[in-house]
Write a protein of this length. Structure first.
Length: 307
């Protein structure tokens, strides 16, 4: 049996059929610096509560898969050093060896599925890295979206990635990419990448219903909801592009590989924008949490609630 531990708050919400939103922990340990990471994690949980849902931050702590963390657990994780970054490939090994690890989008989706949670909020998903035709670096997040029935609310794929190739792979895998409230695909720190998204939804109810129907039709997998960053927090694409290019060439020059690539790029972009990228990143995560809470409420009402 999976060593799965629900927090008292999550266990109570499940027992009463109340809406729950899953949250990842890699964004806390590898995506943002201390102490902004903890502030972000706490604010995100609050936004979900204000939206009428219960937050469930997921992480592996000492060999147990936790769904919902206490204040103490969250604080300790935000300050911990050398925490593993877990994806589908290494989650079970971390549990087997009694280890501690933060969950990426892929691993968080697995935790959410095991706990029966249908919606998850994050910043940006992993995807096809630029130059993937040589490195083969494609995030396991994409495969997971094709397998686990969880709707992931993100601000698109991180703009450090190759966004058109990421959309192509998602299409091949049969993953719906749904822009929320606009036609264009968002680009994480920027509201638009300048190309249309494959799908568009304008209400949380449509999104919950689509996930419900997908599962009812026997189509495995989840959905990616691409929610544009609020206008006041965005950094226009033209401003981000040279900064992203600088960070990418530094990563290449320093031989940064595999799991280190995303955290390295996010940290360098934070430095190059003098903290602005982090302010934007926090704003978009909170915005995604608001929408995810609305979707979670829809899942517990009407047809979508019968999942
Ligand atoms: N979103 C953010 N910051 C992050 C991540 C997402 O705003 O740090 C993390 C997620 O956990 C995602 C991971 O799954 O980056 C992707 O890593 P990789 O490219 O190595 O698959
Ligand atoms: Mn990778």
């Amino acid at each position: 049996m999976t060593p799965l531990a629900l927090s008292p708050e999550v266990a109570a919400a499940k027992a009463e059929g109340r809406p729950i939103v899953a949250l990842e922990s890699t964004i806390i340990t590898h995506g943002m610096p201390w102490p902004q990471n903890l502030e972000m994690a706490q604010k995100v949980e609050q936004v979900i509560r204000d939206g009428g849902a219960v937050p469930a931050t997921i992480a592996v702590l000492d060999g147990t898969l936790h769904v919902g963390l206490t204040e103490e657990q969250l604080t300790a994780l935000a300050q911990a050093k050398n925490v593993a970054k877990l994806s589908r490939a290494d989650m079970a090994m971390c549990l087997a060896t009694g280890g501690t690890g933060a969950t990426t989008v892929a691993a968080t989706m697995i935790g959410a599925r095991l706990a029966g949670i249908s919606v998850f909020a994050t910043g940006g998903i992993g995807g096809v890295h630029r130059g993937a035709e040589l490195t083969f670096d494609i995030s396991a997040d994409l495969q997971e979206l094709a397998q686990s029935p969880v709707t992931v609310v993100a601000a698109g794929a991180k703009a450090i990635l190759d966004i058109p190739k990421t959309l192509e792979v998602l299409e091949t895998l049969g993953v719906p990419v749904i822009a929320y409230g606009q036609d264009d695909i968002p680009a994480f720190w920027s509201r638009s990448y300048g190309i249309p998204a494959p799908l568009r939804a304008d209400t949380a109810a449509q999104i919950a219903q689509a996930q419900h129907l997908r599962t009812a039709m026997g189509i495995p997998g989840g959905q990616l909801v691409a929610n544009p960053i609020p206008p006041e927090a965005e950094i226009p694409l033209a401003e981000m592009t040279p900064i992203i290019d600088t960070a990418l060439s530094e990563a290449e020059a320093q031989g940064i590989k595999a799991k280190q690539v995303t955290p390295f790029l996010l940290q360098r972009i934070f430095e190059l924008t003098e903290g602005r990228s982090l302010t934007s990143n926090i704003a978009l995560v909170l915005n995604n949490a608001r929408l995810a809470a609305e979707i979670a409420v829809e899942f517990t009402q009407g047809d979508a609630g019968q999942l």
